[in-house]
Write a protein that binds this ligand. Structure first.
Ligand SMILES: Nc1ncnc2c1ncn2[C@@H]1O[C@H](COP(=O)(O)OP(=O)(O)OP(=O)(O)O)[C@@H](O)[C@H]1O
Ligand SMILES: [Mg+2]
Length: 242
């Protein structure tokens, strides 16, 4: 689905992402973890096309998209939910998702987009809130809306940046179920997450980043048993063990 080869991004003298390589296979849930400032969000920005890499190549569904703009990647099948959720606050929940459906696919008509948006609100548990203004939603509902908007673009790969952050444990568990149901519908998921129990429960494979580089890749057990990974998390060991 995705293949990154030596992806790098410099900001002035800082190597925010350096020589990152990984492959995501079809149907896989891949987690990207690492301490604050490790380069996770920058990597997602490289994948989604917000930034051009300083070096390296990116393939999406077998096509080289290294220089492709955001909307081209979206049309090819890459969807993204942001760490900082920014719905259109005065529009209704349904309208917000309709926008995703309308602009995420070429040739989409408004009636079809509206219908698809209703389906997605049902799937993400927001149907009862369809006609509320987006700014009236709770944090959990905001996160669901962000996922619904990303799904509205009909992705084959969905990128999620800390969609569980700030949620209570029971709410995070609901979000985990939602991500599983997304995968079960045939969409590959790449997610960034700090909450380790969520990573353990969801990820087929984990990529660990530290200071812009990939420190380790493997199953949750493999990477959390890796002494280098433990060292990178020193001071946050409790988090790793959780
Ligand atoms: N637009 C930018 N300009 C300059 N420096 C940046 C920019 N974006 C990120 N950085 C720097 O790049 C490094 C990686 O940041 P990034 O946001 O990718 O980390 P992260 O792993 O997502 O962290 P967090 O877990 O806190 O979200 C940090 O040192 C950050 O300050
Ligand atoms: Mg981040």
């Amino acid at each position: 689905m995705l293949r990154a080869e030596g992806l790098s991004k410099r900001f002035g003298g800082l190597n925010a992402v350096q020589d990152v390589s990984f492959t995501q296979y079809e149907g896989e849930i891949l987690a990207v973890i690492g301490p604050n400032g490790a380069g996770k969000t920058t990597l997602l920005n490289l994948l989604s096309g917000v930034y051009r890499p300083s070096a390296g190549r990116l393939h999406l569904l077998g096509q080289d998209v290294t220089d492709a703009p955001i909307e081209h990647r979206c049309w090819l099948g890459l969807g993204r939910a942001f760490q900082i959720v920014r719905p259109f606050p005065e529009m209704t929940v349904h309208e917000n998702v309709t926008v995703g459906a309308l602009f995420g696919q070429r040739g989409m008509t408004l009636p079809t987009a509206r219908e698809r948006a209703y389906d997605l609100l049902e799937r993400t548990g927001l149907a009862a809130h369809a006609d509320k203004a987006a700014h009236e939603l709770t944090l959990l509902q905001d996160k669901r809306l962000e996922v619904a908007r990303a799904l509205a673009t009909q992705p084959q790969v969905l990128l999620l940046d800390e969609v569980m952050a700030g949620l209570r444990p029971a709410e995070a568990q609901e979000a985990v179920s939602l991500v599983r149901s997304v995968r079960d519908s045939g969409i590959s998921v790449l997610f960034i997450e700090h909450i380790m129990p969520v990573v353990r429960d969801l990820a087929d494979r984990v990529v660990v980043m530290d200071q812009g580089q990939v420190l380790a890749q493997g199953t949750y057990r493999e990477v959390t048993g890796n002494p280098q990974v433990v060292a990178a998390y020193l001071g946050t060991e409790a988090e790793l063990q959780a």
